[in-house]
Design a protein around this ligand. Structure first.
Ligand SMILES: [Zn+2]
Length: 55
């Protein structure tokens, strides 16, 4: 029973760190459009969805 709890905790930790790493990666590689919230690559100066300027 304890083994199962440790395993479950470990799985949550792995999944959590995966989500965390994805968030970090998105923050590094992408900008979020302030107008519509779409993800845009850093090199873009205009949103690909609504053409708003991205600072
Ligand atoms: Zn936009």
């Amino acid at each position: 029973m304890l083994d199962l709890l440790i395993l479950a905790g470990f799985m949550v930790l792995i999944l959590g760190s995966g989500v965390f790493a994805t968030n970090i990666y998105c923050q590094i590689a992408y900008n979020r459009c302030p107008a519509c919230g779409a993800m845009n690559a850093k090199r873009r100066s205009e949103c690909r969805k609504c053409s708003a300027l991205i600072a």
